[in-house]
Design a protein around this ligand. Structure first.
Ligand code: TMP
Length: 226
């Protein structure tokens, strides 16, 4: 079975990963590659519904407090749907899939931030995602101080057309984000081949160039390189 290339972007809120993903997608497309991009949570119609429940800061006013394990299960419901509907078909067709967040986010945010622990997340990954792993993960992780500053003082997101504001995670404490940072570092130390950490707090262009270089060395020969 032919298989494309599965690349994920990870980092704290405000790390710039979405900007970098878009720039990489454009560069790869210009080279004639077939690219599929998506974000988690979201990306499918079901995922978009789950996203608005999980990210809207007003959700808990109507639904009551969302239990950490329920939050985790919803993240994986979203992910399982995205794998079935988008990721696996694209990989089977030999495409490059660029995904803005994946299971590492659950391990960092729910495992670390919400203190559910890594083993529970890895068990859910096996159960819900059949252990589908990215070929490469780019983790944007500048210093803890810079990360905290960006995550905590990120401009609040605008209310979108559906009336959701996506600020639920932005309201968390510094301590929450510190635990996420530590969890990301632990993932990178555990899987150094898959996870490449970009620690520079450099310009968007500089980081983009670094990413182009890393991706060029990692894409299989069968897929054109940037
Ligand atoms: P983003 O689309 O700007 O990256 O925001 C998604 C938010 O959802 C972000 O605060 C991280 C959070 N999140 C989790 O807590 N667990 C997950 O598994 C994923 C995919 C996202």
């Amino acid at each position: 079975m032919s298989r494309g290339f599965f690349l994920t972007f990870e980092g704290l809120d405000g790390s710039g990963k979405t900007t970098q993903l878009r720039r990489l997608a454009t560069a790869l497309e210009v080279q004639g590659n077939s690219i599929v991009t998506l974000r988690q949570p979201g990306g499918t119609p079901l995922g978009d519904r789950i996203r608005s429940i999980l990210l809207d800061s007003k959700s808990e006013a109507t639904l009551g407090p969302i239990a950490p394990a329920a939050e985790l299960a919803l993240m994986f419901a979203d992910r399982a749907q995205a794998i079935a509907q988008i990721i696996q078909p694209a990989l089977t067709a030999g495409k490059i899939v660029l995904c803005d967040r994946y299971t590492d986010s659950s391990e960092a945010y729910q495992g670390g931030g919400r203190q559910l622990g890594s083993s529970r997340i890895l068990a859910m990954h096996a159960a819900a995602c059949d252990n589908l792993q990215p070929d490469l993960t780019l983790l944007l992780l500048p210093s803890l101080e810079a990360s905290l500053r960006r995550a905590r003082h990120r401009n609040h997101r605008h209310t979108n057309a559906h009336g959701t504001d996506e600020n639920r995670f932005e309201r968390e404490s510094d301590e929450f984000y510190r635990r996420i940072y530590t969890a990301y570092e632990a993932i990178a130390a555990r899987e150094p081949h898959r996870v490449v950490v970009l620690r520079d707090d450099a310009s968007i262009e500089h980081i983009h160039q670094q990413i182009l270089h890393i991706v060029a060395t990692r894409l299989p020969q069968a897929i054109a390189t940037p």
